[in-house]
Design a protein around this ligand. Structure first.
Ligand code: CU
Length: 497
């Protein structure tokens, strides 16, 4: 296999491409421009500078936002599993910052969540942290500031960057890898209600949850309440460039390309298809899956990552893009161009398809029994918080202004816990557990095993069960990763007792 032995020529070619698109990386190194600034004057391995900067998403179309190191996405950080790393974070803004190491088993001191007690990176100040990156695979970093009604704050800006933690043994056979970060810009509020997305298996819908959610919504609207605010966007990008305005991904027939894709959106669920090709999914949220199923479309809740191999066997010039026509036409796509096939890139929609996590799980296995099960019901109070929807877990909303609250769920070290998550709203919630990974044990009413993730989408009026081992003591934040939901109550804390 060629994958581990990128030639010098390949390196230069890819480095040149990376300069254009940001994040194409060969295996033997990567240019400083995409790797973070090696802090030669200090002992830090990486320096991340939080700063306001222009982001050129297309020629002469420049948005502004807070970024890492003046670029979007933030630099690709490559760590080695188990090798300690020191990162210096400099905050050049007027807002105290939290930098969250999403998907890593770090301490609350390092994790980057004020709710767990991580110290802030002070205004015009610096914080240096040392930690041991794990587990291996595709992770990322992002701000964990709450934004509330401020669409310039939190993840609405440009504070997202990928992390790749090199495993001791690299699996999969591929010729090269491409990192893609999906992201929207110029958000605004609307009140029309959210568009339904029906890509999850409908079999998982639970009537009891639907009755509760629909009647609560009906009551609210009957009382004259408008729909709660939702966020929409003007521009859509992959690796910070609108479709047609970045360097194409240039491929050759027969190549096997590993796509590591991150949904860096603050609020949106995204999809990706490449006409005439299929995706062989090898990892979800950076963790290898037991069954590398081939699918025509990838679906991502906010913060979800998918690693998938595409065999380039359909020469042409194609749009790798979102299924939503409007979003793709406003930029959510990137051109995949075969050698000798320059020309207008083509798009056609794949056949209807349901995204089901359990297709990537083990077949015929039943999950290990947990030591304890926590029941959680998610509910929406329409427009209840100054026109914004308020979100509750078991009837309680996380306070808007408070940082640390008493934990709602208590863990004992070494025990296996099951979260039975029941969604009494029609929205899809990408649910995230900090500092731990979980195994999916029930999706769309069916038992599954072997799929390890740190974010899972719980469909409207559906139920999902996940198990995790309490093996990383300290306060642990659990929340919906949709920024607006998280900010308006959809968070809770676990502690160890
Ligand atoms: Cu949510």
């Amino acid at each position: 296999m060629r994958e581990r032995q990128a030639s010098r020529r390949d390196f230069l070619r890819l480095a040149a491409m990376a300069a254009g698109t940001g994040l194409v990386s060969p295996r033997i190194g990567w240019p400083a421009a995409i790797a973070g600034t090696p802090a030669s004057e200090s002992k830090a391995d990486y320096t991340l500078r939080i700063t306001a900067s222009p982001i050129e998403i297309a020629p002469k179309r420049i948005v502004s936002g807070i970024t890492y190191n003046g670029q979007f996405p933030g630099p690709l950080l490559r760590f080695k599993e188990g090798t300690p790393v020191t990162v210096e974070v400099q905050n050049e803004t007027d807002t105290p910052e939290q930098l969250h190491w999403h998907g890593q088993f770090v301490s609350p001191e390092v994790d980057g969540a004020a709710e767990e007690g991580t110290p802030y990176i002070p205004v015009h100040g610096t914080r240096r942290i040392t930690f041991t990156p794990r587990p291996s695979g595709f992770r990322f970093y992002h701000t964990h500031n709450r934004a509330g009604a401020d669409l310039r704050a939190g993840q609405y800006g440009g504070q997202v960057g990928p992390v790749y933690i090199e495993p001791k043994n690299e699996p999969g056979h591929y010729d090269r890898e491409v990192f893609l970060v999906l992201k929207e810009f110029e958000p605004s509020f609307g009140q029309g209600g959210d568009m339904a997305q029906n890509f999850l298996p409908p079999s998982g819908k639970i009537e009891e949850l639907e009755t509760v959610g629909e009647s609560s919504m009906k009551t609210s609207l009957a009382e004259g309440m408008p729909y709660g605010y939702e966020v929409g966007y003007r521009y859509f990008t992959i690796n910070g460039r609108m479709l047609g305005h970045g360097e194409p991904i240039r491929v050759k027939r027969g190549e096997r390309v590993l796509f590591n894709v991150l949904n860096g959106s603050a609020t949106e669920i995204r999809s990706l298809a490449l006409p005439g090709h299929s995706f062989k999914v090898i990892a979800l949220d950076g963790n290898l899956v037991p069954t590398s199923a081939e699918v025509p479309v990838l679906w991502f809740g906010t913060a979800e990552r998918i690693s998938a191999i595409v065999e380039m066997n359909h020469p042409g010039s194609w749009i790798l893009g979102d299924l939503a026509d409007e979003d793709r036409n406003h930029g959510m796509g990137i051109v995949v161009e075969y050698a000798g096939h320059a020309g207008k890139p083509a798009w056609f929609a794949p056949k209807p398809f349901h995204w089901n996590y359990s297709h990537f799980g083990k077949t015929g296995a039943s999950p290990v029994e947990p030591d304890e099960t926590f029941d959680m019901t998610f509910a929406k109070q329409n427009a209840a918080e100054k026109g914004f929807n308020r979100w509750t877990i078991n009837g309680t909303a996380y306070p808007m202004e408070q940082r640390i609250v008493p934990a709602s769920f208590h863990l004992k070290y070494g025990r296996r816990y099951r979260l039975r998550m029941r969604n009494a709203s029609d929205d899809i919630h990408p649910i995230h557990l900090h500092r731990h990974s979980f195994e999916l044990t029930k999706v769309a009413g069916v038992q599954t095993t072997g799929v390890t993730k740190d974010v899972v989408m719980v469909g409207g009026y559906q139920e999902v069960e996940v198990d995790f081992i309490a093996d990383n003591p300290g306060l642990t934040l659990f929340h919906c990763h949709q920024q607006l939901h998280m900010d308006y109550g959809f968070m809770t804390l676990f502690d160890y007792i």
